[in-house]
Design a protein around this ligand. Structure first.
Ligand code: HEC
Ligand code: HEC
Length: 162
């Protein structure tokens, strides 16, 4: 099967398809407005109960691999899954991991929050703000990014809790 080309997608009225392709291009560039990758239902189910479902494009494949392999000791908690689910998540995360310049290198502890781009984007957030009871941790994206659960991190959707 030939990969769909953009003009064809537009001709056939496939606006969503065209947008999806444009999104993929942005991801390849490591754009901070990483496209919203439709989440695998298993990912949504298993990886969004303790925190938001982090967009797969925010970490490189190597980081996701270690995270999936280390779920029994996951940042101080047990997030174990059965082998079949692990396998599905591995394949999907590997296929959707970030490839752009900003996410090429695995950050310390495979944390999005320790990535250089993350630190830069948040340099105006004061240490006191991170410690507010409603925030507690930088990993708690949804405390400030009101649409984080939908993979949206744009400035206009940010509300810092008091
Ligand atoms: C039982 C609860 C739980 C489940 C289920 C869980 N996590 Fe986590 N996860 C945590 C905790 C706790 C942290 C550390 C949060 C912090 O530092 O504030 C964390 C942190 C992370 C981080 C690093 C966040 C950062 O600091 O940038 C990633 C990435 C992550 N989890 C991915 C996953 C994936 C993928 C899954 C599904 C396979 C998953 N988590 C399921 C509890 C969980
Ligand atoms: C304490 C509140 C807070 C938390 C928690 C937080 N952010 Fe942010 N985030 C901000 C602020 C403030 C900015 C800067 C907006 C600006 O440029 O004016 C920002 C910017 C961003 C940007 C760039 C947005 C843009 O359009 O320029 C991204 C992407 C982002 N954050 C992702 C995350 C992710 C992913 C998490 C969780 C792992 C997270 N943030 C946690 C407050 C927060």
């Amino acid at each position: 099967m030939r990969p769909p080309r953009l003009p064809h997608a537009i001709r056939t009225g496939g606006l969503m398809a065209a947008l999806a392709l444009a999104g993929t291009a942005a991801l390849a560039d490591g754009d901070k407005h990483a496209p919203r990758v439709p989440l695998l239902p298993q990912y949504q189910q298993e990886c969004a109960s303790c925190h938001v479902a982090y967009p797969p494009g925010m970490l490189p494949a190597a980081s996701w691999r270690r995270i999936v392999q280390g779920l029994p000791q996951h940042y101080g908690t047990d997030a174990s899954l059965d082998a079949a689910t692990l396998q599905q998540l591995s394949v999907w995360l590997n296929a959707n991991a970030g490839t752009g310049r900003r996410v090429r290198e695995a950050p310390p502890e495979d944390r999005i929050t320790r990535s250089a781009w993350f630190v830069r984007e948040h340099d105006e957030v004061s240490p006191a703000t991170w410690k507010r009871p409603a925030v507690k941790s930088a990993a708690n994206c949804a405390a400030c990014h009101t649409r984080a659960d939908q993979g949206e991190f744009r400035e206009r959707d940010i509300r810092i809790p008091r």
